[in-house]
Design a protein around this ligand. Structure first.
Ligand SMILES: [Zn+2]
Length: 310
């Protein structure tokens, strides 16, 4: 269980960057930056997602048969332990044998409370004596913000893993006592169609995390800002149309997406909404694809920490 690493050490202990390793300027064996585990370079490549070419960056991974030291910061189990120790037991609870569970019901309750607080805050500001109410709001938001921050840190650990299996053994997900597989909580762009489908069919709304690549960040009408993720597509039975999943994150705050730019990898989590399908015409008239059938997943984060680099 381990994460992708951005650098490694050669036998003399010199730090080897991804660029040096890509240029073959190093001696083997390479080791982890923080412990003695042996690592190897995995070369990056280009990947087609819908209409967009996404670059997968090179990274170092553990060599087969090697494990990070327990205290190494690339040890997934160790990372989860650190986050769990600092977080409220209602969100991340300890099980036996260094295993933990993340309670998605608690996360949903926190998100609901935050939503209620933010609507109260708007009312409070209109009232006489609003400032004391605002103080209550700020204190409550800080407490709830700590929950959201723990969830964010967990998602960053997952984003650094190569697969669900890397984190699944360290951290189980549960919703109201029922186990939720990681694949039904955390979705990347290979899996957006399934995410949409599940969201539409779900009888119980659970928080979801969506990982993707930034396609665009722009101001839209009515003072809103949107970050669109790269959109996977698939052929439909009709030859002249294509299914597209549009994942977007919305805010009224002009600075909400200031830390992000095109082609970066991000993770966003919270209570998503879905709509669709709707149809748009392909502006490329010479293309055999005349129309797109769009499926929408949208998130309105209550706190900026619901979006992070990943
Ligand atoms: Zn290590």
């Amino acid at each position: 269980m381990a994460s992708k690493m951005p650098a490694a050490r050669d036998p003399q202990g010199l730090m080897i960057s991804i660029a040096q390793a890509e240029a073959d300027q190093y001696q083997k064996p390479l080791r982890c930056m923080y412990c003695d585990a042996e690592v190897v370079l995995v070369h990056g490549h280009a990947r087609q997602v819908g209409e967009t070419t996404v670059k997968v960056q090179s990274f170092f991974r553990l060599n087969v048969g090697h494990e990070h030291a327990p205290e190494c910061r690339f040890n997934t189990v160790g990372q989860i332990e650190i986050i769990a120790r600092a977080s409220d037991g209602n969100l991340i609870a300890a099980l036996e044998n260094n295993r933990y569970e993340l309670r998605l019901l608690s996360l949903r309750e926190v998100l609901n409370e935050l939503r209620q607080l933010s609507s109260h805050q708007i009312n409070a500001l209109d009232d006489v004596g609003g400032s004391s109410k605002e103080k209550i709001y700020v204190a409550a938001e800080a407490k709830l913000g700590a929950y959201i921050n723990s969830a964010k840190r967990v998602l960053q650990v997952r984003a650094a893993c190569e697969s669900h299996a890397d984190i699944e053994q360290a951290l189980t997900l549960v919703f109201d006592g029922v186990r939720v597989p990681w694949k039904d909580f955390y979705f990347d762009d290979m899996d957006y169609f399934r995410c949409y489908q599940r969201h539409r069919l779900a009888t119980v709304d659970i928080p979801l995390a969506i990982q993707g690549t930034v396609l665009s960040i722009r101001a839209v009408k009515n003072g809103l800002f949107v970050m669109n993720l790269v959109r996977p597509n698939r052929k439909t039975a009709g030859r002249d149309s294509m299914d597209v999943v549009q994942v977007s994150i919305w805010s009224k705050d002009p600075n909400a997406f200031a830390d992000y730019k095109q082609n970066q990898s991000v993770v966003a989590f919270g209570m998503w909404s879905s709509s669709g399908p709707d149809v748009t015409l392909n502006p490329k008239v010479e293309s055999p694809i005349k129309k797109f059938i769009n499926y929408h997943l949208r998130l309105w984060p209550l706190l900026r920490s619901q979006v992070c680099h990943g």
